[in-house]
Design a protein. Structure first.
Lengths: 136, 42
């Protein structure tokens, strides 16, 4: 077994969609059809059926070292059910491919979310949904 | 997301559940939402 190169999770920036699901509001990938479960880490997978992330692929959970590369993803055409896009920081761990401006990781968990003031009401709804799910 | 060239593969220690929970919201491992900063800082 290989010793860890880092003893603590890396912290990166990414954008999520906030989607309305039968279970309540959830974070979801902007690019892929993947909803992040409450209270559980997101685990990367690849349609090429190799372990993710892989050096020769683009798979893995993406995050940038700085917010700038993530910001353009706050704009875009949303699928039905998407109520907002949010910028946030994410913890990354497991197998990680380091890039010049960020990382692709095998495991991730949201750390902080920033919501526009116009969505304060949404923030309260999302927070309530998270707490209820975690407490259940 | 444009991340630039890959540099190396590393292994990062697993995150323990709730290790990074906010002291202000002990029931919620996901940080509380707040206003979008005009100039995001790390």
């Amino acid at each position: 077994m290989r010793a860890p190169d880092y003893a603590d999770a890396l912290t990166g920036w990414r954008v999520w969609c906030v989607v309305d699901t039968p279970s309540g509001l959830r974070l979801a990938s902007v690019i892929h059809d993947h909803v992040w479960e409450v209270g559980a880490p997101a685990v990367a997978a690849c349609r090429e059926r190799h372990s993710a992330p892989h050096e020769t692929c683009l798979c893995g959970i993406h995050a940038a070292r700085d917010p700038a590369p993530a910001l353009p993803y706050l704009r875009g055409r949303n699928d039905p059910g998407t109520v907002a896009r949010v910028l946030g920081r994410v913890l990354l761990w497991g197998t990680v491919i380091e890039h010049e401006q960020g990382w692709r990781a095998s495991h991730a968990r949201p750390l902080e979310l920033w919501l526009p003031r116009a969505l304060d009401g949404l923030g309260a709804r999302y927070d309530a949904a998270e707490c209820a799910a975690v407490a259940a | 997301m444009e991340l630039g060239k890959p540099l190396r593969r590393v292994v990062v220690e697993p995150v323990e559940p709730r290790k990074h929970a906010s002291p202000a919201s002990p029931k919620d491992p996901v940080a509380r939402p707040c206003a979008l900063p005009t100039t995001p800082t790390r």
